[in-house]
Design a binder for this molecule. Sequence first.
Ligand code: DQQ
Length: 596
Amino acid sequence: MDLSLLLLFGLSCILLSNGIKVEDCDHLTDNTSFQSFQVLVPAEQPYRTAYHFQPPQNWLNDPNGPMYYEGIYHLFYQYNPHGALFGDSMLWAHSASYDLVNWFSLDHALIPSEPFDINSCWSGSVTILPGNKPVILYTGIDANNNQVQNLATPKNLSDPLLIEWIKYSGNPLMTPPDGVEGDNFRDPTTAWQGPDKTWRVVVGSWSNNQGMAILYQSDDFVHWTKYQDPLYSSIKTGMWECPDFFPVSINSTNGVDASVKNPSVRHVMKASFNSHDYYIVGTYVTELEKFLPDTDFTGTSLDLRYDYGKFYASKTFFDSKKNRRIMWGWVNESDSTEDDIEKGWSGLQKQTDPQWLLDNPLQSVPRQIWLDKTGKQLVQWPVEEINSLRDNQVSIYGKQLESGSIFEVSGITASRADIEIMFELPELEEAEFMNSSWVDPQLICDREDASVTGTFGPFGLLALATKDLTEQTAIFFRVFTGQKGYRVLMCSDQKRSSLRNELDKTTYGAFVEIDPSQEMISLRSLIDHSIIESFGGNGKTCITTRVYPKLAVNNEAHLYAFNNGTLSVTISRLNAWSMNKARINCRGGLENTASC
Ligand code: DQQ
């Protein structure tokens, strides 16, 4: 019987022939109101992550409207309740957490229902208005399939879970302005107050061959007037999805609220296009209502990205509990929809494929984000709460990795682990010379993958590896000298990540802006069954990858440190931990771990 039919009939506790159990999750026992999800529990779930945010089933994409309210963190997200792929009736699903680690599902917050959002509730943001009043601005796909911006407010502010949301009856607040196509106007940011205390917000767009952040102003958050010029636009970009615009402290890792504007902050503009999240750092000149970046986007591999792997449509918020700015990004599967279509899978066929149940899209771990001391780029690090999942630890100090050597980091669950490693490079002056024509780091990583011997490097980690290394995902560095000093390259090589052939195995790469003659090269990798989030140079360069090994799963997964360069490197310190499971959107809320 077709799985979707089973779902339709709402049968509970059925064991299918392919080993997938369907359980009915209505009538949850917790005293909060939980969204009714029918949870699909595959008998074996080697790719189901243990501490990354994901719904019990079905398609998820962008994180929406994260916030901290009355002691509770909230995360909304784009969700298709009807299937495993993006759909034509997307809604805002809603989860909450006390600690950013364990999450419980709440009723969907925004469901397509009105002429101004009947065809989907797309991405948007939360703004906390004075008096601690959160409001949502989101994009509705209206009855004519135009993108319009809408307002929703909590029904009951004394409910810290903010379960019910009321759509403003006067929606839409903004419609596509002249010169902007109806399908190029979406994803409002968190709003901020200008020096005159009135509100500003930007909406992503593309017009006259330029990606842009269209700027609006309002006194009351309901009536919005468009500025003639965008806050920023660039000819080197595509349609701006999910723009984010926020201040960052110049001298502190602390975050600041969106409305802070003083000499101790700079501003960041992020835009999502061409499958990546790009950003520029600069000055927000309120007198001109212009963002003046230090450099424009270039449309080349030189542009800064939050993450050089799989990571898109991210959103930040100011966490007033701990005075920090936190970001989530959407991490899609590596088995892309395009691939599925090419292979002839329709959505329905894919849903009947057990694989679909195992490798669904998810959110990155929440990352704290701040401005690097150089003022030129951002730094990211998993929020400290993630460390609470660390279990048994292994430590190694002062281990020399000779040329061609490899050793296993044993004693932890290699399929679910957190590793921090510091590499020291003696004899740096012997690093190989970098050809000045090598500008695109991703291309260098692809050409000189983990199997290609260099001088300093490749050295790093082999994650989710089989004992014979036929499957392995290599996260590694190479160090070069060049005309402008040393260059550190960080790569994530998925070429041998799985014996399955049909996967996207793109190699990722980026430079790490550190001077290895002054500081050690550090790497932190969070491994969670089918995702590896890696932070190089203390979070200056991040690369996230989704991998689906055929054999290196669960207890068959191993973790190694390796050096495939001709010169030895020293691991001055390695700490690795098994990671416990988090309780994420489990049936029955936080108390019930049975279905996690
Ligand atoms: N996803 C949303 C849009 C946004 C895109 C729809 C980015 O609002 O532009 O799910 O992934």
